[in-house]
Ligand binder design. Structure first.
Ligand SMILES: [Zn+2]
Length: 303
């Protein structure tokens, strides 16, 4: 048994080296595998007419914890026809998240990321790349637990450790946006987030990319749902490898079909709770208003 373990370890090193080589060269092979005519011309961002780009930037005031995404929250219908908000959950993850970032950068466009706290602590350098690229970062709990099955105290800890993990990983707090794992919320937890002035994102259309193994299925899922709805907040996962492969072509199809990307920012960074910041920093060894009118919650700050 022990000999087998040693043998497995010995062969795992060259395998890891090969995987790293493949990862580093993924961009080149992806480029060669896609017809040049379908790709955005390399050019400065913003202002590249060949790229999907960002059509509008909105700022959200999360005072009172407004909710977004018509699957659960219908109060603030801030998207115009043809407008899309791209959102990515469950990262940051080696290989997949950087590939998603490359695809977004190539199209000069922006998204919201909802990282899992543990993943943020494991891969802070990848989350820093997300932040450096100018994307919006919310949070998505500490360990992706189903909060509807936890006690209120356990659920609060999951939320707050997730919020603090992003701060500890980045060295600064990010946006006051939150998404429930599997979109399973409860009235009590929405009341809690409301008191914390954290906005909740559900979705207008779930791609269900985590159930798909082929990029083509993911592209078809998103494009067909957008055709049906005409606009919306799209839920995908930068954690999923097929999604990272699908994204370059998906973005081309969004551009070709005339969709406009809306970048969403929070007016204020989230206020983390000191006890959870301290708890996480210790673990790391020190390393690191629903009824308000829509215009007072979401306003266009650039277009
Ligand atoms: Zn998730």
């Amino acid at each position: 048994m022990r000999a087998a373990t040693v043998c497995a370890m010995a062969i795992s090193i060259p395998l890891m080296a090969a995987a790293a080589w493949a990862q580093n060269n993924a961009t080149l092979s992806e480029r060669l595998g896609t017809p040049l005519a379908q790709r955005a011309n390399p050019g400065p961002c913003p202002g590249n007419p060949e790229a999907l780009g960002v059509a509008r930037v909105v700022e959200i005031d999360t005072t009172g914890g407004p909710g977004f995404g018509f699957e659960h929250f219908k109060a603030y219908d801030f998207l115009r026809d043809g407008e899309v908000v791209l959102t990515f959950d469950d990262g940051p993850w080696p290989g997949n998240t950087p590939a998603v970032l490359r695809a977004l950068a190539e199209q000069c466009t922006k998204a919201i990321f909802f990282p899992i706290g543990k993943h943020a602590i494991w891969h802070p350098e990848i989350l820093k790349q997300v932040a450096a690229a100018g994307h919006t970062i919310g949070s998505h709990t500490w360990s992706h637990a189903d909060l509807s099955k936890l006690t209120p105290d356990q659920a609060k800890e999951e939320i707050e450790k997730g919020v603090s993990a992003v701060r500890v990983a980045l060295g600064q707090p990010e946006s006051s946006f939150f998404r429930f794992p599997a979109l399973r919320h409860s009235p009590e937890l929405l009341t809690y987030l409301s008191a914390r002035n954290i906005g909740t994102f559900s979705t207008d259309m779930d791609s269900f990319d985590f159930k798909m193994r082929k990029s083509e299925q993911i592209i078809e899922s998103v494009v067909s749902k957008l055709k049906k709805h005409g606009k919306g907040i799209v839920l995908m996962h930068d954690f999923q490898h097929p999604t990272s492969l699908a994204l370059p072509e998906l973005l081309v199809q969004l551009k070709n079909n005339g969709y406009k990307i809306v970048q969403v920012k929070a007016k204020e960074p989230v206020q983390t709770l000191a006890e959870y910041d301290q708890q996480l920093e210790k673990e790391l060894g020190g390393g690191t208003g629903n009824s308000r009118p829509i215009l007072s919650v979401v306003r266009t700050i650039s277009e």
